[in-house]
Design a protein. Sequence first.
Length: 308
Amino acid sequence: MTDTDTPAPARREGIAHVMMLIAVLIFAVNYVVGRWAAGDTPPYTLGFVRWTSGMLILLPFAWAHLRQDRDFIRRHWKLLCLAGFLMPFMGAGVTYVALTHTGAINGGVIQTSMPVMIVLLSWMFLRERTAGIQWLGIIVAIGGVLYIVARGNPSSLLDLTFNIGDAILISCNLGLAVYGVAVRKLPAGIHPLSLITVVCAVGALCHVPFFAYEMASGVQIVFSTKTFVSLAYVAIFPSVVAILLWNSAIGRIGPSRAGFYMYLTPVYAAIFAIPLLGESIGMYHIVGAVLIVIGVTLSSRKPKATST
């Protein structure tokens, strides 16, 4: 069979899987870059540059759609502002703060638990039915996250001696999960480019007071190759390229199948963090990751419909 004989749907699906691989790679390397930049670039400066640049890059392409969607934006501005706070600021910007305290591999592993948080929040706020097997998955996945935070020593949780960066990462993950629920509450009618541009703009505004505080407090930016590479990377790839690839791929293969690509995040993070940052994989990473994967798999099972 030649390439021209390949069915169009199969080709589109194959392209979607490649998009997912690239998007997850970009998200994972973002953890590595955030950790790599720590000490040279203040965390809120990194976040401010990321989302301001993302907005400016997208604006020329989204301008016509923004004009068409202005009534929608005006009607749903509160939910859009909430989304802009949750994903760009709480979910992504504060991650750079966490990475000044903890490693990129931890960030990648903890992020894989986000689908479990979405299931839990959907039950709480959207009243979605949750079966017993899903509750078991939630418990197992949360246990995996806590095992990683405790570095394999659960007593550290009781002693409050765990790494603060890991605790911040959990709150960041929670922000991303709430963002997923908030976006689902948005009615149809806004163009994807309008949505992501508005979210970037709100995220940039949320960073302004913290960015200003960093500048006023005398925190120095070390102008080096590392700094420029870090700022260029976060400005272009995770805030624009990866999100567009991710959203496009989800439209082709669906969110359930796309979600399993998140398991690659810690793999990619480790591939780059070990040689570039000198990080290492501990047994607690492996045990925690296995528990999270099992938990996410169980929690992703849909409840059986009850017969009437």
